[in-house]
Design a protein around this ligand. Structure first.
Ligand code: ZN
Ligand code: ZN
Length: 441
């Protein structure tokens, strides 16, 4: 028997936590939390007990700042992470032996705000998603292209050069954050904030018109979302991969045709026949050299090769092909937070959700191994709110309910998001009818 506190509050105003009647509060910025970090010595991901970070003023207090172009400095939120997911680039962080908390795809609830950002349109308890380059000014010429180019040189990459999101808490620069649209489930929202946004930008900027054919090259997490996005935009989709299982997922998500480019030797011919001469654009999500090498053969004249997947080697592209207009090359990434809203709102509106496999924070090392071995067919996501063994101290203020249908129910691992959900036990002597009257007015 559960009821939301807002519903119950209508029945009995004494239950309104905003009125200070019940306090169940975790200490933020103090205490410890669990975080997934690479251990170079053990050569595996371990879950460490680390300090809960403090929502800081960003670099605002730094005397190094003072660039005329950068009038606005970031302040931070402390976020209680609800979901974090593993992206291929996390493997690069591990290969570089970074020891910061892993993860750059996250979503969670604002737990605490630095005083400098209290007037930025957010409030404690808001469900948010966010990007992951922090410490930059978000305003300069460099930040308008990609925050990695910020002129201040203070930018850090969460999950790489500073702590990321595979943890119970993380700090987020407020400029990177947006409130989640109501239809998006926070428990599976994290992949939107790298994979989903990147896939949207790729498809949205591939210069396609309704009815055009687009190829998804590499049918993993990004390719699967790109398939759904392209269908919602009215394009026809052909997906290419060397893995039948991921192709099958793309097909379920609406791909008009799929080709296994390894096992089907005639795929180029068949694709050209199907598309009457080739695709208008090919979004390459694979990081295999061979995937890129195969693209010119499937593009129609003047088509767009959209570079998303990042192979270790430089791309081999014929300058003559470019000069003669055979095809053109463009690229996209997660981009800057100013472009994030359009992408997320499109995904929300068209009910485009990442295919995820729900795991726990404790599974992070297994998730990394599976990704390295190419076994992952879906985005692997840790539901941290539901999987953590909490280390927080919950303070319960004794409270006598005047309404005898209700009693207090907070278990030791009860989440401290009292503004969002609150659970009541039905006392044995109370009838169902009476209980529902109070819990669902
Ligand atoms: Zn990523
Ligand atoms: Zn900047």
């Amino acid at each position: 028997m559960t009821a939301s506190v807002t519903e119950a509050a209508k029945a009995n105003s004494e239950l309104d936590p905003a009125a200070g009647k019940i306090t169940l509060k975790a200490a933020a910025g103090e205490g410890t939390m669990r975080a997934g970090q690479w251990d170079p010595e053990q050569k595996k991901v371990v879950i460490r007990e680390v300090s809960i970070p403090e929502a800081g003023p960003g670099e605002a207090s730094s005397t190094v700042r003072g660039w005329a172009a950068c009038s606005q400095f970031p302040g931070q939120f402390l976020v209680k992470i609800a979901s974090a997911s593993l992206c291929h680039s996390d493997i690069l962080s591990i290969e570089a032996n970074n020891t910061a908390t892993l993860g750059h795809e996250g979503a969670g609830y604002i737990e605490k705000m630095h005083s400098s950002v209290e007037d930025k349109g957010f409030k404690v308890g808001d469900p948010i998603g966010f990007l992951y380059i922090i410490g930059c000014c978000f305003e300069c010429e460099g930040c308008m292209i990609h925050n990695i180019h910020c002129v201040t040189g203070k930018q850090l990459l969460q999950g790489f050069t500073t702590d990321g999101f595979f943890a119970e808490y993380a700090v987020v620069d407020y400029q990177n954050a947006m409130k989640l649209p109501e239809s998006i489930d926070i428990k599976t929202a994290s992949p939107i904030f790298c994979a989903g946004i990147t896939a949207f930008h790729a498809v949205d900027n591939a210069e396609l018109k309704e009815g055009d054919w687009m190829a998804v090259v590499g049918a993993g997490g990004l390719g699967q979302q790109a398939t759904q996005i392209a269908k919602a935009m009215g394009f026809k989709v052909v997906a290419l991969d060397v893995n039948d299982a991921t192709l099958e997922v793309c097909k379920k998500q609406g791909a008009d045709a799929v080709f296994n480019s390894r096992t089907n030797k005639d795929y180029v011919e068949e694709l050209k026949k199907l598309t009457s001469g080739g695709v208008r654009a090919a979004c390459v999500f694979s990081n295999a050299d061979a995937a890129y090498a195969g693209v010119p053969a499937i593009l129609r004249l003047g088509g767009v090769m959209m570079v998303i997947g990042l192979p270790h080697n430089p791309l081999k592209i014929s300058s003559m092909d470019l000069a003669l207009g055979k095809y053109k090359v463009k690229s996209e990434s997660t981009g800057i937070p100013q472009r994030m809203k359009k992408a997320v709102e499109f995904l929300a509106k068209h009910n485009i959700r990442p295919e995820v496999q729900q795991r726990e924070l404790d599974d992070l090392n297994d998730m990394v191994t599976e990704m390295k071995e190419g076994k992952a067919t879906k985005r692997m996501l840790a539901q941290i709110l539901t999987s953590i063994k909490t280390t927080m101290t919950l303070k319960k203020i004794d409270h006598e309910f005047k309404n005898n249908a209700l009693s207090y129910d907070a278990t030791p691992n009860y989440q401290p998001c009292i503004k969002l959900s609150f659970f009541f036990n039905k006392k044995p002597e109370v009838s169902d009818e009476q209980f529902h009257r109070y819990s669902n007015p």
